[in-house]
Write a protein that binds this ligand. Sequence first.
Ligand SMILES: [Fe+2]
Ligand SMILES: [Fe+2]
Length: 173
Amino acid sequence: MDVIYQLKQDHLHLYSMLHLLEEHLNRGELSLTLVKETLDYIGDYAERYHHPLEDQLMSHLASHNPSMGKLYRQLHEDHQALENQSDELRRILEGIERSDTLTSTELLARLHFWITAQQKHLEYEDRYLLPLAESDLKLFPAEFDWPLPTNLHLIKHYQSIAHDLARPSGMAL
Ligand SMILES: [Fe+2]
Ligand SMILES: [Fe+2]
């Protein structure tokens, strides 16, 4: 498996999901079900499979190129911070379901903040970290197992959420 190629493909996938959610919100819609499904999807895909694969790659490179070790290891902390933000959003959504008071303006602001953080992370990796990792990987080659052997379920799930997000019929908060 070409790990760099696979990670870049994942990024395209994640970008497109974030973009669909952003467009859904920008149309003035706020379907809590769809927001939750998108968060769950990102949780299933990015947090369970994509981040661990990146962490594995960076840990390999850090052990072979100590001068870059700090930068490579930092990614794990970045992932942790992103996952904490996702968990916080999940708690907020659960709170809304239990009828905690939160205005749709506050929720929207938090969602936009979360989307931007996710997008910035992807951009940082695509523009800066993955090119560095790619050249270091040529010097210190290694094989990585794609940790998602059968991702059909996730792909189908993605297609179904993408379809619903693209359709202007969400319910308002
Ligand atoms: Fe990442
Ligand atoms: Fe990534």
